[in-house]
Ligand binder design. Structure first.
Ligand SMILES: [Zn+2]
Ligand SMILES: [Zn+2]
Length: 316
């Protein structure tokens, strides 16, 4: 306690005394505060990680605190809700030692572990531990949402995806590699003009549903034909010779035509941000449109984390 207080005061005194904060350039000041912020977060994580054990041993009692909550607040500035949260997560992770270790060592934030605790099992804990180490908070949230979605599919609720009756991780890989149309994107409305045109067709005795289905099928065929033209041997050779890993504009257009503006993952409704090579470009040296998928930021991170895992497995 005294050490912490002294250490902190010395630091502040040196700053104030030498008035360094005034003489620092904008860049130096920014670099310094970002570093302090990162370190504060790191130490806070470690503090939170040790709390459950301190609570179990009731160490706070011997040091004159009324409760673990008072101790955590006075020493670490941690609120009662946060302590309760950590204690709850720790309890639920006790039978999953790999994830439990991440919490106790403060290696991964409590926020991330709070997400995965709902989907963690003894069998998937190692894979999840790798993922939470690699992924950002928002990507972890996306991953957990996906896992819940695929678990539902496996349990046979919505039977939309045939690949779902495989293992969880395989579902992900397949979803990343093969997802086509995103359906769960909410409802849509037709413009008055489109409604009128369809009404006219209906009045002529034309089956509007059949008409729409035909149009959609034709669109899919056109895209497929364009893809095939691009993946002919000569075209692939030409593309492979391109020095850049930038995707040719012609292929980008086709991808946009196929996937629209949304992420290619079936249950994701976010806008796509990056086009992902499902076969790594550095290995495949190909912009084959069959191996490209536009993904949102979070799914792109997940796709690459799976890829890293895959590479590690191969090496082993
Ligand atoms: Zn990528
Ligand atoms: Zn997505």
């Amino acid at each position: 306690m005294e050490y912490m207080a002294n250490g902190f005061c010395t630091e502040v005194a040196s700053l104030v005394g030498s008035r360094t904060e005034v003489s620092l350039s904008d860049h130096e000041l920014w670099t310094r505060i970002v570093r302090y912020g990162e370190e504060a977060r790191r130490w806070r994580q470690k503090f939170l990680g040790l709390l459950p054990e301190v609570a179990r041993r009731e160490l706070w009692r011997a040091h004159g605190f009324e409760s673990v909550f008072v101790f955590a607040f006075k020493v670490g500035g941690v609120s009662k809700e946060q302590v309760e949260r950590v204690l709850g997560i720790e309890e639920r992770l006790r039978d999953k030692p790999v994830l439990h270790e991440l919490l106790v060592c403060g290696e991964v934030s409590v926020n991330k572990l709070a997400r995965v605790v709902n989907v963690a099992t003894i069998d998937n804990q190692e894979a999840l531990a790798d993922q939470v180490r690699l992924l950002s908070q928002s990507a972890v949230e996306t991953l957990v949402r996906d896992m819940k979605y695929y678990t539902k599919l496996v349990d046979g609720e919505p039977a939309a995806d045939q690949s779902a009756n495989t293992s969880m991780s395989l579902s992900f890989v397949r979803a990343h590699g093969l997802a086509r149309l995103s359906i769960g994107g909410g409802s849509f409305t037709l413009t008055p003009q489109a409604t009128q045109k369809l009404q006219e067709l209906h009045d002529k005795g034309i089956d509007v549903s059949e008409f729409i289905l035909t149009a959609v099928t034709r669109r899919e065929q056109e895209i497929q034909e364009a893809k095939e033209a691009m993946t002919t041997e000569t075209e692939q050779k030409r593309i492979a010779k391109l020095p850049s890993r930038h995707i040719p504009i012609k292929i980008k257009k086709l991808i946009k035509q196929e996937f629209g503006t949304k992420c290619a993952i079936t249950n994701c409704n976010k806008l796509s941000r990056e086009i992902h090579h499902t076969a790594r470009f550095s290995l495949a040296k190909s912009h084959d449109p069959n191996l490209l998928a536009p993904l949102c930021k979070q799914h792109h991170q997940i796709a690459h984390s799976i890829d890293v895992k895959y590479q590690e497995c191969r090496r082993l």
